[in-house]
Write a protein that binds this ligand. Structure first.
Ligand SMILES: [Zn+2]
Length: 252
């Protein structure tokens, strides 16, 4: 089927970013319009045609699996006053359009809103190729984490140490967080753009950290609400565990 032959209810295979695979998509809507790129052109006053004009179809495709939509902008004809007359080779571009190497936002439920905003903007700046802002964003996430845990005193270094002394994190983890502080500091103070791999690893670590610190209640809920058939075996096991815990506590 050639591109321009698509009509409402037509089906085609496209990548779905929700299903994370290729699925059939159904065409739900077509909006035809012109795109004009000519600062001088005025639809009422101008005598000549615009110097550059595209004829576009905006097509809304819905995934047959999950219902997510993708917008295709299909350009089928171009006319210019630069001596090139359409029709030219038609082409399409799509939204959303995740290019290879872009990161997907992680979804959190219990992470405080303000922190989620900084985190999301950090991911967006990475995906937009804004490494400097991404580095600054990562540092801001660390600052925000400390603030939400009630740690306000001192510079970032003091605050990270408080994460250990207040038993939120282990020394090993905070040692690792100093690497993120260094990435952020060099971005903030020296305007030094971090390397791509530095950002990617730092983002992955920050994502785990947010999960570990704030989504913990969810884990506890899930663990305590686990359902099993052999309840009596479970109760015996818990009784045994409690008695050995008691003995251990008496010794210390
Ligand atoms: Zn889908």
């Amino acid at each position: 089927m050639s591109d321009e032959a698509y009509e409402i209810n037509s089906k085609r295979e496209l990548r779905c970013f929700t299903c994370k695979t290729i699925t059939f998509h159904e065409l739900k809507y077509i909006h035809r319009s012109r795109y004009i790129d000519d600062d001088e052109y005025d639809p009422i006053e101008s005598i000549d045609d615009p110097s550059y004009r595209e004829f576009r179809q905006y097509r809304l495709w819905a995934c047959a699996g999950c219902g997510s939509g993708r917008l295709e902008i299909y350009v089928d004809e171009v006319s210019t006053s630069y001596g090139e007359e359409g029709p030219v080779q038609s082409y399409s571009f799509f939204y959303p359009n995740h290019r290879i190497g872009k990161l997907e936002e992680r979804v959190y439920f219990d992470v405080p809103d303000g922190l989620q905003t900084i985190y999301r903007e950090t991911i967006n700046s990475y995906n937009a190729g804004l490494g400097l802002l991404c580095g600054i964003g990562l540092r801001s996430v660390l600052e925000g984490i400390c603030r939400h845990l009630g740690i306000h005193v001192g510079g970032l270094e003091d605050k990270l140490e408080s994460l250990v002394s207040e038993q939120h994190l282990t020394e090993d983890i905070v040692d690792g967080l100093y690497k993120i502080k260094i990435i952020g500091d060099s971005a903030v103070h020296e305007l030094q753009k971090p390397k791509d791999y530095e950002l990617k690893f730092a983002i992955a670590a920050i994502e785990e950290l947010l999960y570990h610190l704030f989504e913990k209640t969810k884990l506890e809920d899930q663990i305590t609400n686990l359902r099993i058939v052999r309840q009596s075996e479970f109760k015996a096991l818990i009784a045994r565990a409690n008695s050995s815990r008691n003995k251990r506590n008496k010794r210390t």
